[in-house]
Design a protein around this ligand. Structure first.
Ligand code: NI
Length: 551
């Protein structure tokens, strides 16, 4: 991807640098540089970072290099080693905090003042200059322009200060002229990187004259995606030797890219190729990767075969039956699969979209479960309840075993047991007496049946609140009422639990009777947890005991 060195040797490169800012004038300078496609380097004074944090972030986002100029601009040769370190490290911290990244910064010693001691202490490359615009002396835009233009040479580093009003138009006029003469304005790091010169800590740099090498500007990375099960896999390709950073939240790309990124929803990617995040970097590439998530295929069993079906037109279904992870390379479904006990994993694709992967477990009795794995404690019980017709899924083999039990779900379970045991299940009236019970819901019949037999009571306000979670003591009460309706004699017993005092008075006798009948149990640690809500799986276990009890 990188242009070879020989192709580019003709480019004249020059580095504009701005010291002592940012200031009130810097935003205007950034506008001018942006208009001209010119890059610059800002040697920022630490004490100004907080007041101009927005300006610094803008400069960085627009591809300029952020560098440092100590905290409060002392002549470093007059400072102790510790004082120098503090000046440099504290400014480094302030810039990191401002930009939200941990980065390295080039340093320019104030006044260009340094010696071998200073250079050994700063711990980074020291950038001096080869052309001084003398803008702070002239305070005249034409003088600034002429001073720069008259001394310009290929590889020069130009010193300007963005704290003087006249320096901004002066520098921009110089950019116009030098661009006409074929100069490309680059950051200091880009100047050295392109000419193959490695900048070293504690070394002074004044200019970087042409040496026959130009690696060229860093090209923007390419963002590619391909459909995989349940989403897309995104790959980012950048220039040889460059690091790639990306973001998915609209911020500046600052997450290091190391391998493909999986996404399951449409995502905006931004990426940059860089030789160090604060050094020479490419323009930002921005791409929205569309994810078209489709309905998962349905697994159905009939007549000794499994059928994989999809409502999505043109969907191709990949599947495995050996427990291995399904992928785009897995076999395509065409003919019914002979019945077996084990695992069917599948997903579907169309052009540009895919469904999530679904894993279906087939029990020995031939029931299919998409959300219950055979290693769960309740697998056998739920399997039995399904075989007995007491439990029906929510479609596509989903049973939601860990979901909290609602009044509607428990009423439905009781209704099915009653049905299976030949208990009278006829509805006396078709009209619902409840304000919040819609007809034609999966539970409306069961709730009406339970209400007519006073197994489930409505609330005084006329509601029956089918979606409300049901507590364990409420389960006991409903079980008692059902058994009484059937005409069963229930033993009277005290609930023998350490938290028996937490049982509501209206439920106390029911909890005692139901536990004495062995339909429900304590928690093993001597408690009953009357106010807890059971899961659908726990309720299924209770239901099977009721089924046995009624035999
Ligand atoms: Ni300065």
């Amino acid at each position: 991807m990188t242009a070879t060195a020989s192709e580019n040797t003709g480019k004249k490169l020059i580095a504009l640098t701005f010291d002592d800012g940012p200031s009130y004038y810097t935003q205007g300078l950034l506008d001018g540089l942006k208009e001209r496609g010119a890059k610059a380097t800002f040697f920022i004074v630490g004490s100004r970072v907080k007041a101009y944090d927005e300006t610094i972030r803008r400069a960085y986002a627009e591809g300029h290099e952020i560098a440092q100029h100590t905290y409060d601009h002392p002549a470093l040769t007059t400072k102790t080693d510790d004082q120098i370190r503090w000046q440099v490290n504290y400014t480094d911290e302030l810039l990191d905090e401002c930009l939200g990244m941990d980065m390295d910064y080039l340093l320019r010693p104030p006044y260009g003042d340094q010696n071998s001691r200073v250079l050994s202490v700063i711990g980074c490359p020291a950038v001096i200059w080869s052309i001084d615009s003398c803008d702070w002396v002239s305070l005249n835009q034409y003088s600034v322009r002429d001073t720069i233009v008259n001394q310009a040479f290929d590889g020069a580093i130009i010193l300007v200060h963005d704290i003087h009003r006249t320096s901004i138009p002066g520098a921009l006029m110089a950019v116009d002229i030098l661009q006409d003469w074929g100069y490309e304005f680059v950051t200091v790091s880009e100047l050295y990187r392109r000419r193959g010169v490695t900048m070293e800590d504690g070394v002074k740099y004044y200019s970087c004259k042409p040496n026959g090498t130009d690696y060229g500007a860093v090209e923007a990375p390419e963002i590619c995606s391909r459909v995989v099960p349940g989403g897309c896999e995104v790959s980012i390709y950048g220039a040889d030797g460059a690091e790639i950073y990306y973001s998915t939240d609209g911020s500046f790309p600052n997450q290091k890219y190391t391998s493909t990124v999986f996404i399951s929803e449409t995502t905006q990617f931004r990426a940059v190729a860089a030789f160090g995040l604060n050094r020479d970097r490419s323009p930002v590439t921005e791409t929205t990767v569309e994810v078209k998530l489709l309905e998962t295929p349905i697994l159905r069993s009939a007549g000794g075969f499994f059928y994989l079906e999809s409502l999505v037109e043109g969907m191709k279904i990949h599947y495995t039956t050996d427990g291995s992870v399904v992928s785009m390379k897995s076999p395509l479904y065409s003919d019914p699969i002979p019945w077996f006990t084990g695992t069917v994993q599948c997903f579907g694709t169309t052009d540009g979209g895919s469904s999530p992967v679904e894993t279906h477990h087939v029990s020995e009795s031939g029931n299919i479960f998409a959300d219950i794995s055979p290693d769960r404690w309740y697998f056998a019980e739920m399997d039995r309840a399904v075989s007995l017709g007491l439990l029906k899924g929510e479609g596509n083999n989903v049973y939601a075993p860990e979901e909290k039990l609602t009044r509607a779900a428990f009423a439905t379970l009781l209704y099915r047991v009653a049905e299976a045991k030949g208990v009278d299940c006829e509805l006396l009236q078709e009209q619902s007496p409840f304000t919040d019970l819609l007809p034609e819901t999966w539970y409306s019949e069961a709730i009406l049946w339970a209400a007519e037999r006073e197994v489930l009571l409505g609330y005084p306000d006329g509601s029956v609140r089918p979606e409300e979670e049901i507590t364990r003591e409420q389960m006991c009460v409903m079980l008692c009422r059902l058994l009484k309706y059937i005409g069963q004699d229930l033993p009277e017993a005290e609930p023998e639990f350490t938290d028996a005092n937490e049982i509501s008075s209206w439920a106390y006798a029911s909890v005692g009777s139901i536990c004495a009948t062995d339909l429900m149990h304590g928690n093993g640690n001597g408690t009953f947890a009357p106010m807890a809500t059971a899961t659908r799986a726990e309720a299924t276990a209770v239901l099977l005991r009721l089924y046995e009890h009624l035999s």
